[in-house]
Each structure stands twice: as structure tokens, then as C-alpha cells.
Design a protein around this ligand. Structure first.
Ligand SMILES: [Zn+2]
Length: 424
């Protein structure tokens, strides 16, 4: 290839001086007063990468997808100056404001005003500030084979309102990106803000120097996955404690949720919860599934698959008594999900009572109740929905304190190899 045919290096398109964010860019950034009662007093969250003087947060928008945006800029496919045209993008359903929004400690990992920035901060957007939504709310039909099966077996009945004849359930859904108020996050985890900032800086390989150089910036847009809400029935009913609320807080498990792996109960639990949510809506209540991107107990799939191999190759086979130990050997902890931030989304929705919580996790239950939300009945997965290979997981969890209305397996039971081998 001749020198003439060589494309210009992609970096040339963004050449010029490097825009450091580690020192204040000026005095044009509106202040953020976390937990203020109105959007105007709270102020907009501005993570723009183009006008440094406007930035009032650490990090940038879109969670982990911010890295793909950087690739698009590097490849010359995206203009750094692009501004979102928010015409017709406003939420299909208005959420809040709820009293919890005005409590700086009730919500520390979501921007409660994130869905309505185009309205709440219209003047600043018109004045040239790049203010982006961190929440989007829309409508959808969700169609799952398990729901069609429940209809065929007579457990669910289409009503033309919440569930259509073809098996589609009607939902309102919301996508939420993380927005962390660092002082509040530190309080949740019982550490100092300084220690939190330092760990975030060092454990990401120094990705965000402002964590340690800009103590004046208290809000961080972390490069992690967010969450998605699915509401069955009217979202306005979620904050009314007199309307029966059926809810599941589900942590992502791509292997089961999407690809149907039978080593765990994630998808059966999720579809069971959706069935319960539809039934609840048909009873005059409302249903909620809050889905968090915390793959493999927030350890990620590589760690998860390493653990599967370690479980199935260990002496004596895959047993419940070694279930948590095998994870800890590989990952250093049994679980990295830390449910401390999870209730934020429930408070964003104004929830005060969950009448039926579809979950066996004691960690989720403790976090929800500890945050001041009442929980009525705990609904566990029916035994006939548990795949045979997932018996190891269920036995280990119930023995460790997860909720079960049935017997808790004893030490002898936990030693029995119940999981399939790798070659089976
Ligand atoms: Zn799973």
C-alpha cells in the first residue's frame, strides 16, 4: 500500500490539545444540590464532553456505552459536537415527583429528574447547555413462551387489557442509567467519601482522575450497566400503598434469562414473576419487574463460567455445600451485587409498600425493608419450575438463609452431588 492510500490516523480527526477534566474548567457549570425539592433548585446533571466549563459531574453519559461512543468518535463515525434532538422523546408516563426525591439519602444512585430534563431544564438547553436524559420511559408489548404456556394451561386468562389473546403482555418500561451522588453512596456502604473515591479511581486503573482531584464534583456517572423497569398496569398506582403491588427485583443472568441455561433458576423466576405481575394487575393491582445489569452477581460472565467449571470438576461433584465456596475461591467474594443501592429505584417510583415480593433473596429483602419499604408476602418459585441442574443453587441458597416456605436442607443433604457433570 502506498503512503497516499493510507487513511489518516483516526486520532487526527480529534487532534488538538487534550481536554483534561482534572481541573476546574470555569465557573459556568450550574451547581447540583442533591435532594433539593424541585428540579430548578437541584440543577441539571451535565456530563458533556464538549464544553468543559459546563460539566458538573465526573464521568459521562450512557454508562458503559460511553466507551462505544468514544470508539465512534475515534473512527470518525460520530461528531463530537452532536447534540441529541429530543423532539417527541418525552416519557409516555410521568413518574413523580415523589417525597423521596427530596430526601438526599433516599435516592443516591439515580437522578430522579433524569426523565424530564427537556422540560425541567428547557431554558438551559436553549441557552446551549448539553443536558441529556438519564431515564427514558416508553410502552411495549412483551411476548414470552412461558406466558403463552401459562395461558394454554389455564393459569392466565387474556383480558384484552393487560394480556392479549396472542400472549402479549402490555407494559410501561423505563431504562435508567446510573447517576451516583458520591457522599450518599459512601454513607450506604459505611465508608468515607475519600476512601470510596480513591477505590473507584485505583480499581478502574485510574480512569477518572477527578475522583481524587475534584472534591468539588460530588456526582459521578459510572461506566456500568443500568437497569430496566417493566410495569404491568398503571405506573401511577406504584406509589399508592392501597393498590396491591407485586414486584420482583431481578439481577441479570444472560445465560439463563436469554439463552435458557438450566444451571440456575433466573429465567424461571423472572417469568414466574411476570405471571404473578399480570395476575396482580388483573386483580386491580399493579406489577413491577426491576431488572439490573449485574451479570453473575456483578462478577461478570467470565468469572461465572470459571466458577461453573470449578464446581463441576471438584472432588465429589457439584454439591450445594461447596456452592458459595467455589465462587469465593475464584472471585474473592461470594457475591458482588451489594443490594445497598437497589432500593433507590423503588423510592424513585414512590413505592412505600410491596404487597407481594417475588424473591427468595434475604439480601434483597433486607435492603428493601431496611430502606423503609414494607413488604407483605414473599412469593417463592414453585418447585416444578426449578430445573434439575439448578437444585444445587436452590439448596445452597436456602441453607444460607434465603427465604423458603419449605424445609431447609441439612448438612448431609448439601453434600450430595446434584449438579450435572461437564460431559453429561
Ligand atoms: Zn442465573
Amino acid at each position: 500500500m502506498s503512503a497516499d492510500a493510507t487513511p489518516a490516523p483516526a486520532v487526527a480527526r480529534t487532534a488538538g490539545h487534550i481536554r483534561l477534566t482534572s481541573h476546574t474548567g470555569g465557573l459556568d457549570a450550574p451547581p447540583i444540590v442533591w435532594g433539593a425539592a424541585t428540579a430548578a433548585e437541584r440543577g441539571p446533571v451535565i456530563g458533556t464532553t464538549t464544553t468543559r466549563a459546563h460539566r458538573n459531574v465526573i464521568g459521562t453519559h450512557s454508562g458503559s456505552y460511553g466507551v462505544y461512543r468514544a470508539l465512534a468518535v475515534a473512527a470518525g463515525a460520530l461528531s463530537r459536537q452532536h447534540r441529541a434532538d429530543l423532539t417527541n422523546t418525552s416519557p409516555t408516563d410521568l413518574i413523580g415527583p415523589h417525597p423521596q426525591w427530596a430526601d438526599p439519602d433516599a435516592i443516591v444512585s439515580i437522578d430522579p429528574w433524569g426523565a424530564t430534563v427537556a422540560d425541567a431544564f428547557g431554558d438551559q438547553i436553549a441557552a446551549g447547555y448539553d443536558i441529556r436524559p438519564t431515564i427514558a420511559v416508553t410502552k411495549a408489548h412483551v411476548i414470552l413462551p412461558e406466558i403463552a404456556d401459562a395461558i394454554a394451561r389455564g393459569r392466565l386468562r387474556p383480558d384484552g387489557r393487560f394480556l392479549l389473546d396472542g400472549g402479549a403482555a402490555l407494559v410501561t418500561k423505563a431504562a435508567i442509567e446510573p447517576v451516583w451522588y458520591l457522599p450518599g453512596v459512601a454513607r450506604r456502604f459505611g465508608c468515607t467519601e475519600t476512601d470510596l473515591r480513591r477505590a473507584l479511581f485505583e480499581e478502574t486503573g485510574g480512569m477518572y482522575p477527578e475522583l481524587v482531584t475534584r472534591s468539588d464534583l460530588e456526582v459521578f456517572l459510572p461506566p456500568i450497566g443500568g437497569q430496566t423497569l417493566y410495569v404491568f398496569g398503571s405506573p401511577a398506582d406504584l406509589s399508592n400503598p392501597d393498590v396491591e403491588l407485586t414486584a420482583r427485583v431481578h439481577d441479570e443472568c444472560n445465560g439463563s434469562d436469554v439463552f435458557g441455561s438450566d444451571i440456575c433458576t433466573c429465567r424461571p423466576y423472572l417469568t414466574h414473576a411476570i405471571e404473578e405481575c399480570i395476575l396482580g394487575a388483573q386483580r386491580g393491582g399493579v406489577g413491577l419487574v426491576a431488572y439490573s445489569r449485574k451479570e453473575g452477581r456483578a462478577l461478570g460472565e467470565v468469572t461465572k463460567f470459571l466458577v461453573y467449571n470449578a464446581r463441576k470438576r471438584q472432588l465429589g461433584g457439584d454439591t450445594a455445600d461447596q456452592y458459595f465456596a467455589r465462587t469465593e475461591c475464584v472471585a474473592g467474594v461470594q457475591d458482588m451485587r451489594f443490594q445497598e443501592l437497589m432500593p433507590d429505584v423503588l423510592h424513585w417510583l414512590g413505592i412505600r409498600t410491596i404487597h407481594r415480593l417475588v424473591s427468595m433473596s434475604n439480601m434483597k429483602y433486607d435492603a428493601i425493608v431496611g430502606s423503609g419499604i414494607d413488604v407483605g408476602v414473599r412469593v417463592n418459585i414453585p418447585d416444578d419450575l426449578i430445573p434439575a441442574d439448578a437444585r444445587v443453587e436452590i439448596d445452597a441458597k436456602t441453607a444460607a438463609g434465603y427465604f423458603t416456605p419449605g424445609p431447609v436442607p441439612d448438612a448431609d443433604e448439601l453434600k450430595k452431588a446434584k449438579g450435572r457433570g461437564l460431559d453429561a
